[in-house]
Design a protein around this ligand. Sequence first.
Ligand SMILES: Cc1cc2nc3c(=O)[nH]c(=O)nc-3n(C[C@H](O)[C@H](O)[C@H](O)COP(=O)(O)OP(=O)(O)OC[C@H]3O[C@@H](n4cnc5c(N)ncnc54)[C@H](O)[C@@H]3O)c2cc1C
Ligand code: SF4
Length: 510
Amino acid sequence: MSKRQGALRLVLGDQLSDGLSALAGLDPVHDLVLMTESVAEATAWKHHKQKLVLVWSAMRQFAARLEARGVRVRYVRLDDPANTGSIAGELRRALAEALVDRVIRTACGRWSLEAHLLSLANELQIEVRDDDRFLCSPTRFAAWTEGRKELRMEYFYREMRRRTGLLMDGDQPAGGQWNFDVENRKKLPAGARPPTRLRTPPNAVTAEVMALVGAGFEDHFGRVDSFDWPTNPEEAEAILDHFITDMLAGFGEAQDAMSWGRPFLWHSLISPALNIGLLDPLDICRRAEAAWRAGRAPLNAVEGFIRQIIGWREFMRGIYGLKMPEYALRNALDAEGRLPWFYWSGETDMACVADTVASARDHAYAHHIQRLMVTGNLAMLLGVHPDAVDDWYMVVFADAYEWVEMPNTRGMATFADGGIAGSKPYAASGAYIDRMSDYCKGCRYDVKDRLGDNACPFNALYWDFLDRHEQRLGGLGRMMMPLKTLSRMPEAERIAFRAKAAATRTAMGV
Ligand SMILES: Cc1cc2nc3c(=O)[nH]c(=O)nc-3n(C[C@H](O)[C@H](O)[C@H](O)COP(=O)(O)OP(=O)(O)OC[C@H]3O[C@@H](n4cnc5c(N)ncnc54)[C@H](O)[C@@H]3O)c2cc1C
Ligand code: SF4
């Protein structure tokens, strides 16, 4: 006799949206939602303690909200002795034990998990639905790439502006320009004081999970006691509202600035909540646009913010979907080095690196320019293997998911993809960091010195990087200027940079 009648609706830890496609048409009488705290997922990378707290606390609260609406939920806690530890294991167990005969799920973000779940199709009846929480589907992105020699975010972004109608006046961009980035590259003015951030003190569920993670995952990176992330839609809404009201107006100009001990500046801090589904990208952008139309924030700030979300975020996801799994093997600059230990310990005299690692350790956060131009730039100049770079970024940030992390590291930060996501390597010497921050004035190293004992390590590494990759980078238009300067450099100076860079790599254990 067949005992089965309903569907098992699988909800993963980054799929915590009320409108999730896997939940559409749910029958509360016969269907069952499966949510599982998976040790395999928690340790595939040894994620930051705060990321584990974020995901599990948010999952528990999401399950409770569903139950309050009368939905049946099979929630498997980490400490349940029957928990098999893997998503596939829990799917099999639920199908064997519950009155359900098939699985409905939303496609997952990580390529390897999706491939694994697809491989169960012979054994289990599974319906896979698109993840429509993104604004551009993989099919649509693939269609956009057709016939293009190069994939450039800027053109994709314009398409997204037209499609969403965001910041459009008819068929023209608001303010007569698509991109106001040139206005968004300012250093912090002396005496600038970013507004105080709204805190999200741990609620009761979060406090319980903090204790669990503190005790069971002690060897994972980072502090757990300073956890301060939203874990449900109300908390996420509060930080978004705070950003739009108090921060957005200042976001633009200071977008690329960095300051010792001030990791957040005017950044929105929404990515951890957004990436697990507590916020909706289009809603965020519409509210930012409304702030500009109401005269509460300037266009350069609002355009810059919206570009990050409908431009960069969607573009990165598109690249990942299009290029995986081959993308994960890319190492265009043949980087083979190890990641210096100070990326974990923070024990370095390089003030910019120490501050970025401290922010990652304490808050599971660093803003875009710290990720790109400090830790990313240094890893690229040192020649660290892209796998080790990916591993670090996946571990240390609360918002890390491979679909967005990898195109940012292999594409933007290290040029390991050879120019798919970006048009050039974002290589820079200490001068860039000095221009955009107050780090150098408190650093043991001298940012103006290139070869002396106290010379800023970025300087020799930068020239050595250009020297090593001169041939490879020669064809890139945007590298013409620095390569021209290199070509005029006397051979003796090049040799000195090579020697200094080699000594630096050795000292850093690369
Ligand atoms: C090497 C490297 C690795 C990164 N890894 C991740 C990651 O694992 N997860 C992640 O969400 N972001 C990642 N980013 C992008 C960016 O650094 C973070 O999204 C941002 O710092 C999050 O902080 P915020 O919410 O305060 O962002 P804001 O500066 O306030 O920006 C608003 C939003 O725009 C989006 N955004 C901004 N820049 C990017 C970008 N380059 N790619 C995709 N989305 C973007 C994010 O959703 C962000 O929340 C990475 C960037 C670099 C250079
Ligand atoms: S001097 Fe060099 S190492 Fe020190 S903070 Fe500036 S850029 Fe970083």
